[in-house]
Design a protein around this ligand. Structure first.
Ligand SMILES: Cc1cc2nc3c(=O)[nH]c(=O)nc-3n(C[C@H](O)[C@H](O)[C@H](O)COP(=O)(O)OP(=O)(O)OC[C@H]3O[C@@H](n4cnc5c(N)ncnc54)[C@H](O)[C@@H]3O)c2cc1C
Length: 486
């Protein structure tokens, strides 16, 4: 039972209702339910209530009231995060602060190539607002129809165009943040150059809500694409995949914007489970790459450039089959198949997921090595290694043999040990783009250096001394003052 009856929470509820109104305070269990479970259905939380402030002043007053009551808060955007950071814990003592009503585009400044948006804006809506003015906001990912920019910022989201435009951190010029005591820190000046001491916005980007609540951001825009060309090609081995990546990048005049690995096993799961997924090639191959060139020039000659790249790759023997999308609809179908690999795994049942990165120069070797080690111990389980390999990022997932989940969950820790052990050997990261949340905090404590951990704890302690902001993400122990090495 939620702890709503406790007098402290009753007082807090009254204070919060006075700030956000009846509409902004959700206590109905049915309305709360979807907000208390994460996208992967691994974390089920409880809360006395969810607050839905609609302005930055309301967020500030809500946070001040919670801080005053000594109650911790969990910020929530679209709840599409994959590491369990966006739902409260099981105690029923954390207030959920949902940013969905804070969703206005404050300004689009064409001449400055920026858009100022509130944290609850859905990513796809920001892309559309930019497109309506002939501009591009390039962050793009499978959850873009429901994730919010505040969540994207707080997880430093990556996605499909990082190799050309960078990740979320690279796309921000400034932030507005409500600090854990309710004060508002704001830098929305939209400057590309500003060397006046520490760049504070970067503290909050990727902080997963542990240092404050992001309420607005000023984002970089780019000229819209006037031409783009998309192809799906088949390859026999991963060294060919990475050779194609290098060639495509060099030969396209740096117009390669996406380079996604799709293994056959992933395509099979997509075709089996996701309505509308279509296999564009007749033969079956072990590996596929979805690549896209794009330019803001309509006469950029991208089609010819792509044909030239692929012809050379055929001659080299890297590419053995493929198709170039002839229409926008065909390109959309190829991207649909790529995204259906995620959904296909989900609908298929159990899987153990790892979101890891290594240098692109070591990517092929890394995947081959980790797969061989897994196959040696677990020959029947299926590796689905797919995703943004052009950024050195691979979603290294493992599924049980078709129709047989016996003992699969028990094998999970051994899978993870092999994958993360190989990541460490290759000098990589255990979380490329999904973050740490509650899922990876023990692992972070294992792999981060003592100096890293101490600096992170000191930052947390300095900004959130009462440990009120999403206290269960990132750190294994709540980072109270007594936890700090001196
Ligand atoms: C199908 C699918 C595909 C995905 N593909 C990608 C991908 O390609 N690349 C990628 O990087 N991620 C991907 N993700 C993961 C996820 O979509 C991103 O992490 C996204 O950025 C989360 O946004 P959200 O609004 O859903 O945040 P939530 O899930 O609500 O929250 C995520 C974290 O941010 C915090 N938070 C949310 N809003 C705020 C705020 N305003 N202020 C402070 N803290 C806040 C939360 O407390 C939590 O710790 C994918 C997820 C799905 C389901």
């Amino acid at each position: 039972m939620p702890d709503q009856t406790r007098p402290a929470f009753q007082d807090l509820a009254d204070r919060l209702r006075a700030i956000v109104g009846e509409r902004g305070l959700v206590t109905d269990p049915d309305a709360l339910a979807p907000h208390l479970i994460d996208w992967r259905r691994r974390y089920f939380g409880r809360t006395p209530f969810m607050v839905r402030p609609a302005t930055v002043d309301e967020v500030s007053a809500v946070v001040a009231a919670c801080a005053d009551a000594g109650v911790s808060m969990v910020p929530q955007g679209g709840n599409t995060g994959l590491v369990g950071g966006s739902v409260p814990d099981e105690t029923g003592l954390q207030v959920l602060v949902n940013l969905g009503r804070l969703n206005r585009v404050r300004e689009l400044d064409r001449a400055n190539y920026t858009i100022t948006v509130e944290a609850g804006c859905i990513l796809a809506d920001i892309q559309q607002a930019a497109a309506a003015d002939g501009m591009l906001f390039p962050l793009s990912l499978g959850a873009e129809g429901s994730c919010q920019i505040g969540g994207n910022l707080s997880t430093n989201a990556g996605g499909n165009a990082v190799l050309h435009y960078g990740n979320m951190r690279d796309l921000v010029l400034g932030l507005e943040v409500v600090l854990p005591d309710g004060r508002v820190w704001q830098d929305l000046r939209g400057l590309r150059k500003d060397n006046t001491g520490y760049d504070l916005k970067h503290l909050f980007i990727g902080a997963e809500g542990s240092l404050g609540i992001i309420t607005a951001a000023i984002l970089k825009l780019f000229p819209a694409h006037a031409d783009s060309q998309t192809a799906l090609v088949a390859l026999h081995d991963l060294s060919s995949v990475m050779a194609l990546f290098d060639a495509a990048r060099r030969r396209s005049g740096d117009q390669l914007v996406a380079f996604e690995l799709m293994p056959r096993v992933g395509i099979d799961l997509a075709l089996q489970h996701v309505t509308g997924a279509i296999d564009p090639l007749e033969e079956r191959y072990p590996h596929y790459v979805l690549l896209e060139l794009a330019s803001s020039r309509s006469e950029a000659g991208l089609r010819a450039a792509l044909e030239e790249i692929l012809e050379a790759a055929f001659e080299e023997g890297w590419v053995v089959d493929g198709t170039i999308a002839a229409t926008e609809e065909q390109a959309r179908q190829l991207w649909f198949l790529r995204e259906a690999i995620v959904e296909g795994q989900r609908l298929n049942g159990a899987s153990i997921k790892h979101d890891v990165s290594v240098k692109t120069s070591r990517m092929g070797d890394f995947i081959d090595t980790a797969k061989a080690r897994l196959a040696e111990r677990f020959p029947d389980d299926r590796v689905v290694a797919f995703g943004h390999v052009g950024d050195g990022n691979v979603h290294f997932n493992i599924c049980p043999p078709a129709g047989d989940e016996t003992g699969f969950a028990e094998r999970g820790p051994a899978f993870t040990e092999i994958v993360f052990g190989t990541v460490a050997e290759f000098g990589g990261s255990i979380s490329a783009e999904h973050g740490i949340g509650r899922l990876r905090r023990e692992k972070l404590a294992d792999v981060a250096s003592p100096v890293d951990l101490e600096l992170m704890r000191r930052i947390k302690q300095a900004v959130d001394p009462a440990n009120l902001m999403n206290p269960h993400v990132l750190f294994v122990e709540p980072s109270t003052g007594s936890d700090l090495d001196r």
